[in-house]
Design a protein around this ligand. Structure first.
Ligand SMILES: *[C@@H]1O[C@H](CO)[C@@H](O)[C@H](O)[C@H]1NC(C)=O
Ligand SMILES: *[C@@H]1O[C@H](CO)[C@@H](O)[C@H](O)[C@H]1NC(C)=O
Ligand SMILES: *[C@@H]1O[C@H](CO)[C@@H](O)[C@H](O)[C@H]1NC(C)=O
Length: 389
């Protein structure tokens, strides 16, 4: 068997029952494929060879010039294709592949090559599959006057192979009622409200994604000073522009939003927005909760003036995340532990209570003492009605 053997016409192979499984041959699902830019293309394919041979290698090629190994270049080894090409078939008879994110550069003829264990047992499916890649464009009359009936056409440069359902948009908003196989949009007796930017898409092809999703790195708790990366994953076609919002305010654009040396000021709710010409979508909000050890620990004295009893209340104020719990706040008088809790109350004040007080706030990231506050009971008591010196 030589690969240069006159190939049987494709239709001929298809029409002879019983031939299948006996002879050398490759059948392609379509000889021409017209695909939308950025979409995925499935090239269906089956192949046959006589019994007694074993398949060594099956691959697709787009070049009929052999390389140094006296073989056609394997498309899956081509860096332009390797990431986008997926072999869906088996090693038996199905040689279907999927090529994703097609662009005009992929416009070629593609061939299946298979090699068996015998030197003569090689075959090239010479009929090949021709791929054409198109964009969609809206064709509209140049001038439109109120009251006119207007027909817009969603044009592609080749007739799309996949059964196409067209979707129409006005100013990026889908005109949902217009979802049919017809590539035309008829606007009867147009009014001012119909003015806008019209675009068209293929259902399931060019679309605005499901809502984008935010991924946060590192995962888990974020400490002040960490470098944090938010990435917005959006599966839209054509690819979307991404913008970032914090509490509704625009803060940046691009798929990645990085914050180096994060601080508690960065805490809050973030969303990303994915926009392409067919519309826009917001992600769900993610909340950045930045952890930090206690700071700004201070003692305030309650009871200035209006106190009715002979008591003083000391309050420990602190700022930390997570907040220091009541039992994570301790009180010290001249360095000795005297109690815990945010509030330290002294009733029946006596001069024994005079002295220097501090509180200490603790969370899992650290601890901090307040400045000392000195209670001079004799002096404080002067402020109270029942203070007799
Ligand atoms: C070949 O494989 C593809 C993908 O798995 C499948 O859709 C197709 O039906 C198969 N064709 C045949 C003839 O088995
Ligand atoms: C808390 O402490 C930080 C520094 O640790 C300081 O910048 C900030 O002004 C303080 N805030 C208050 C309310 O005292
Ligand atoms: C401070 O004092 C006022 C008046 O006596 C009282 O109503 C309030 O509860 C006190 N605050 C604390 C935190 O004890």
């Amino acid at each position: 068997m030589s690969l240069l053997m006159a190939p049987l016409p494709l239709m001929f192979l298809l029409m002879i029952p019983g031939v299948y499984g006996q002879y050398w041959g490759v059948r392609y699902g379509y000889s021409h494929i017209c695909a939308l830019k950025d979409s995925s293309v499935i090239m269906r394919c089956t192949y046959t060879y006589p019994t007694g041979y074993r398949i060594r290698k099956v691959f697709w090629t787009k070049t009929l010039v052999k390389n140094a190994d006296n073989e056609f270049p394997d498309l899956s080894k081509d860096p332009e294709y390797s990431q986008r090409l997926q072999y869906l078939g088996d090693k038996q008879q199905n040689c279907t592949i999927r090529l994703s994110h097609v662009t005009q550069k992929d416009e070629h003829k593609y061939y299946l090559r298979f090699i068996t264990d015998k030197p003569v047992g090689k075959w090239l499916g010479e009929a090949g599959v021709t791929l054409t890649v198109t964009d969609l464009q809206v064709e509209a009359p140049e001038r439109v006057t109120e009251g006119d009936s207007v027909r817009l056409t969603c044009k592609s440069s080749c007739a799309l192979t996949d059964r196409a359902t067209f979707i129409w948009y006005r100013n990026s908003q889908p005109l949902t009622e217009r979802r049919d196989g017809n590539n035309q949009l008829l606007l009867q007796s147009v009014r001012r409200e119909d003015a806008g930017r019209y675009s068209c898409a293929l259902h399931g092809h060019s679309y605005i994604s499901p809502n984008p999703v935010i991924f946060i790195s590192p995962s888990g708790e974020i400490m002040e000073g960490d470098s944090v990366t938010l990435s917005c994953s959006s599966d839209s076609n054509p690819p979307a522009e991404i913008s970032w919002f914090k509490r509704g305010m625009f803060v940046g654009s691009g798929r990645i939003y990085s914050i180096s040396k994060i601080s508690s000021d960065h805490s809050g709710e973030y969303k990303c927005k994915s926009t392409n010409k067919y519309g826009e979508k917001y992600s769900n909000a993610v909340t950045l909760n930045i952890m930090y050890p206690p700071r700004n620990v201070s003692v305030s004295i309650n009871g200035s003036g209006e106190v009715e009893e002979d008591s003083v209340t000391l309050i420990c104020n602190s700022d930390s995340n997570p907040p220091a719990l009541n039992f994570k706040i301790s009180w010290f008088k001249r360095g000795m532990f005297v109690g815990s809790g945010r509030i330290y109350s002294i009733s029946k004040i006596s001069s024994d209570h005079s002295g220097e007080y501090k509180c200490k706030s603790t969370n899992k990231y650290g601890e901090k003492y307040s400045n000392a506050v000195t209670l001079n009971i004799m002096c404080e008591l002067k402020m109270f009605n029942n203070c007799d010196i």
